[in-house]
Design a protein around this ligand. Structure first.
Ligand SMILES: [Zn+2]
Length: 426
């Protein structure tokens, strides 16, 4: 049975639905697309002052100029004895581009229509942030004091693989459970990992377009090659490896073949009067929770070096590799560690139970087909789950929206979870 006070607070969510939607709308109005990024300062100040007014101690620091992280800590009355909880979310939203003609409404003006809230970030993930914030607000307004610590993290940079959450972990923020309230359609999820890499083919010399005959035809006598043409062998090699992985690798909770290698960007050549002396391929590699990014990068490298061995020019001029990175916009690379979840663990059970109290049904538990900051929290040794409103059809999409009822239910689950988890002894 739920505590009577909690039942009253849950009723308030329905009564104050408008206020909840206003809360999410306030976040939507801050224009925080990334790229271009470096635009979350006002939004983060808003979160900081909100947390401050709710009694949190606020830690705010610049990860990049005009892109600060905010972490609020509400010390428990029995801090250290009762369970602590991290609520984590990112303030940046996916880019909207220049062309807004496909948008029914302005992406940064929240609009309610047919039971849905429209706007960039409604699904990913200002709906989750706003709901979680409202949950905390209602608990505080009712004078609930929690025995365990509650930590609210509003981070930057998630959309472009920047170290918002990683910096929170490095700063020492820990808890007995972290909930990343990112897009999961209210399923409890773990995730696979991602590493991006650059494969570069480089000729030691640069040649005039007029020498092409000599480097490709009988009797030409010029031992040289077009880096662009050689890259086609690399791409083919990656496709073979991708297929081999799809056939041989698997992980419970994922459909087979999630370990994709996407040739996402290709660059090369100078202009039409040259033979291309350099070609760079940006790849995105997905891996399962029982693998790590170092190991997967090594598999790709070893395979491509074998491919290069079979080519008379690549053999002498093997591809070069640069793996990972700290930002898609700063150094054009990213890493998201995977996140395994144990459905039998007490942490997952707690989230399940909170969900079940509101919905009377057991939530789906599985693996997200995308990646979130949950990987960093898990990597830091914090039991972590992804659980938030919104679905992936809407995340990053034109006319992004979220069902209002889902935000309402999510807020109720968070109230229940915060209350119950932070009341439990460790
Ligand atoms: Zn997200």
């Amino acid at each position: 049975m739920l505590h009577e006070t909690i039942t009253q607070i849950l009723e308030q969510v329905d009564r104050r639905k408008e206020e909840l939607i206003e809360q999410v709308g306030d976040l939507i109005r801050f224009q925080t697309p990334s790229p271009p990024a470096r635009n979350t300062k006002e939004a983060q100040h808003y979160i900081a002052s909100k947390l401050n007014s709710l009694g949190f101690e606020v830690d705010m620091w610049d990860v990049f100029p005009d892109d600060p992280n905010v972490v609020g800590t509400l010390k428990g009355t029995h801090s250290g004895k009762a369970n602590s909880l991290i609520i984590n979310g990112h303030m940046d939203v996916a880019e909207v581009g220049e062309d807004l003609t496909q948008w029914k409404h302005d992406p940064f003006t929240p609009v309610v229509e047919d039971g849905r809230l429209y706007g960039r970030g409604t699904a990913d993930m200002k709906g989750g942030m706003g709901g979680a914030l409202f949950a905390v607000q209602l608990l505080r307004e009712q004078g609930i004091s929690l025995p365990g610590d509650l930590i609210f993290q509003s981070v930057i940079g998630e959309e472009v693989g920047e170290a918002g959450t990683l910096e929170c972990c490095e700063r020492g923020y820990k808890a007995d459970l972290a909930v990343v309230v990112d897009t999961s359609d209210l399923h409890i999820q773990g995730q696979g990992g991602v590493i991006t890499g650059w494969v570069t083919i480089k000729s030691p010399q640069t040649y005039h377009d007029a020498t092409r005959r000599n480097m490709i035809h009988a009797g030409g006598g010029l031992y040289a090659a077009s880096a662009i043409e050689k890259m086609t062998k690399i791409i083919q090699g990656l496709q073979e490896l991708e297929r081999h992985w799809a056939v041989t690798k698997s992980y419970p909770g994922f459909p087979p073949g999630m370990t994709t290698i996407n040739p996402s960007v290709i660059e090369g050549g100078r202009h039409a009067a040259f033979v291309a002396d350099e070609c760079r391929l940006w790849i995105t590699v997905h891996f399962y929770p029982d693998e790590n990014h170092e190991q997967v990068a090594k598999e790709v490298e070893e395979h491509l070096l074998k491919v290069a061995e079979s080519d008379p020019w690549l053999r002498e001029h093997p591809p070069l590799f640069r793996w990972g990175g700290k930002s898609m916009i700063e150094d054009r690379g990213e890493i998201f560690p995977s996140l395994d979840i144990d459905p039998e663990s007490k942490e997952v059970a707690a989230v399940k139970q909170a969900h079940q109290r509101i919905f009377q049904t057991i939530p789906e538990t599985g693996m997200s087909p995308t990646v979130t900051d949950g990987g960093w929290l898990g990597d830091a040794g914090i039991p972590t789950v992804i659980y938030g409103p919104g679905d992936l059809y809407n995340a990053h999409a034109v006319n992004e929206s979220v069902e209002i009822e889902q935000i309402v239910q999510f807020t109720k689950v968070m109230i229940t979870l915060i209350y119950e988890w932070c009341h439990k002894e460790k």
